[in-house]
Design a protein around this ligand. Sequence first.
Ligand SMILES: Nc1ncnc2c1ncn2[C@@H]1O[C@H](COP(=O)(O)OP(=O)(O)OP(=O)(O)O)[C@@H](O)[C@H]1O
Ligand SMILES: [Mg+2]
Length: 394
Amino acid sequence: METEAPTEVMQRHLSDRHDRRGHPTSDWSARAGGRGFLQRWRRATGGWQQQVFGVDIPGLNWLSETIMQQLPPDTIRLLSSSQTISSVVSVVKELVENALDANATSIEVKLENSGLDRIEVRDNGDGIKSVDTPVMGIKHYTSKISHHEDLEALETYGFRGEALGSICSVAEVVITTKTTADDVSTQYTLDKAGHIIAQKPSHMGQGTTVTVLKLFKNIPVRKQFYSTAKKCKDELKKVQDLLMAYGIIKPDLRIIFTHNKAVVWQKAKVSDHKMALLTVLGTAVMVSMVPIRHHEQEPEIFLSGFLPKPGSNPSSTSLISPDRSFISVNSRPVHHKEIMKLVRQYYSSQSQKDSAHMRYPIFFLNISVPASVVDVNLKPDKTQVMFHNKVRCT
Ligand SMILES: Nc1ncnc2c1ncn2[C@@H]1O[C@H](COP(=O)(O)OP(=O)(O)OP(=O)(O)O)[C@@H](O)[C@H]1O
Ligand SMILES: [Mg+2]
């Protein structure tokens, strides 16, 4: 029987390979992936000389079988974490929501180098009990729910016990916290699995400060995404838009947002949604807005907010993007295509200008429904919700 040189056997075989989607791989990609493949084959067959030159090639059995193996814990953690924490703004969102869940009335968000070098979120909330600190960064530990059924009565932003653990996987994390029961605050340094690796007393007051350093240091592609000035600027704008949304939803919340030590945006504590909207949108927009209020039974729905006055000028009450179209469901800022569509339809029907239907009205819609009729666990970033039986919101 004629034998072939090992490399030819291997290359022909690689060329016949298909990728995970079932598409044949090109010669180039087969060869590029071939080195790891050669090593795996060698490992699986315990050496390859006799298999290739002999008639029996045990390695081929291995090649034709699918061998499932469990991914290493580090890989599993990184894969899920980088979905939950996909951007600078997603880190800020998770940390701000933790602060709000801890009843903070003041939140300071400080970024350096667009958040890639440093993200710091400081709150004056309840703090983390010392008994909880060993697990605060461990995935699936939460103080907010105990069972899936608790989602039926969810009152907090968080519920998965994943955010801090996910951030630990993709950045360096330091948490300083103090409750009323503590004499002094303690600063904890966590490792990538969320375990405490160092701790020392610190001088901070009541509340929690989470510092996130070197975001995406272990995900070069994600980090590289922010390599242009435009991408960094866009991300800062997204952070500001998000903070504005919380600022409107929580009028009594004080927010300061700084970038490279310069204040980008801030909001003082105000009395109600209208005053909060005035801070965010300005008087020129608010004079063209009208308050709305609606209440329905079965299920109980409270709808309130501000919409552009009928016939108002689109140049002052709409934008070409939905950046100032604020929808909140149970105090959660969300994107909801159908609600947005309804408001846009209403807006263009009320406007005398044809261009209105192309634009996004400036508005704030605050929807409160029983937690049991809304599913908030649709997306890793919790920015979308699904209503049970399509609760009528019109
Ligand atoms: N700023 C904070 N103030 C007080 N406690 C906090 C703060 N941040 C986190 N914690 C505590 O750490 C726990 C873990 O936070 P993490 O964000 O990882 O999970 P979660 O908020 O419970 O759920 P989710 O992953 O949905 O956000 C929280 O349940 C809470 O007890
Ligand atoms: Mg959380």
